[in-house]
Design a protein around this ligand. Structure first.
Ligand SMILES: Cc1cc2nc3c(=O)[nH]c(=O)nc-3n(C[C@H](O)[C@H](O)[C@H](O)COP(=O)(O)OP(=O)(O)OC[C@H]3O[C@@H](n4cnc5c(N)ncnc54)[C@H](O)[C@@H]3O)c2cc1C
Length: 256
């Protein structure tokens, strides 16, 4: 097995290293002190084509894959964990979409992430369900007015980028909310600005400041059938498949 990086990945690593030294190193402490979302660095990442590293080229990304994103995160995190997270978040919500989304969903949602014209959040955790994913109580009931549609109700917490997101990937129980069966969890795309969605709270954290987390509340939020990701009862599988790649990215943050 060859563990050497190819020329393309070495080039990417060098570009990100330079950007991190020039733009991130001088800003990192200030971001941590103020806790403000670093929009200026988001724009630097967009200009350097770093927001679509894990997104395939046919959907507007650069197709550098998880390895490319891992290298970039490692370089950025040498100076700022928060900005490494900013790159990591380009994969968190798009993961389930790339794994199980339809062609239409990928074409509609992925190019904006790669270009930096839209942002997305991954909405799994709840006040009573962190590690215990099966304990989630957000539910997706059949919409009586729309064939195949859903009404989502519940609250998600600790959601990274909640306030900046244009759309969410939300996990919800499609069967009995008290069920602990993995087959009762579905995965949905929810538009952030639609009726029934509110973002009442930003968390005041001790660390990882500048990567705001917050609460998202869904109140009979209308979700059309075409916003279901993959199969209805496969949400738990998409959570695990998506998070498996994230583990490598978190490791890169730790090494950086
Ligand atoms: C900065 C930050 C950003 C985040 N961003 C997101 C996001 O974008 N989207 C999202 O959905 N969530 C997000 N989260 C939430 C995060 O994923 C949860 O915090 C995580 O799932 C753990 O849940 P919890 O905090 O409720 O802890 P708990 O599940 O209550 O765990 C607390 C401790 O108990 C241990 N523990 C739990 N269960 C057991 C058990 N059965 N046996 C032994 N030990 C156990 C855990 O290992 C842990 O040490 C974020 C959290 C943080 C801090």
């Amino acid at each position: 097995m060859d563990f050497e990086l190819n020329d393309e990945l070495l080039g990417l690593q060098a570009v990100v290293r330079r950007l991190a030294q020039d733009k991130i190193k001088p800003r990192a402490r200030e971001i941590d002190l103020s806790g403000e979302y670093p929009q200026d660095i988001f724009e630097e990442f967009a200009a350097a084509d770093l927001l679509g590293l894990c997104i395939p080229e046919e959907y507007g990304g650069s197709g550098a894959g998880i390895l490319g994103l891992t290298l970039a995160i490692e370089e950025v995190t040498k100076y700022s964990n928060v900005l490494g997270l900013m790159l990591l978040l380009t994969r968190l919500a798009t993961g389930p979409l790339m794994i199980a989304g339809t062609e239409e969903q990928k074409r509609q949602y992925l190019p904006g992430i790669a270009a930096g014209t839209s942002r997305a959040s991954f909405c799994l955790s709840e006040p009573g369900a962190g590690s215990d994913v099966a304990g989630m109580t957000t539910r997706a009931l059949a919409d009586p007015d729309v064939e195949g549609g859903y009404l989502l109700t519940g609250a998600k917490c600790w959601i990274s980028g909640a306030m900046q997101a244009d759309w969410f990937v939300v996990f919800a129980k499609t069967g009995d909310p008290s069920s602990r069966h993995h087959r009762d969890i579905g995965c949905f795309i929810v538009e952030a600005h639609q009726d029934g969605v509110s973002r009442p709270r930003v968390d005041h954290k001790m660390g990882v400041r500048g990567s705001p987390t917050g609460e998202i509340v869904l109140d009979e939020c209308v979700v059309p059938a075409e916003n279901l990701i993959g199969e209805e009862g496969k949400g738990f599988k998409y959570i695990l498949d998506g998070l498996n790649a994230e583990r490598t990215l978190i490791a890169a943050e730790c090494i950086g």
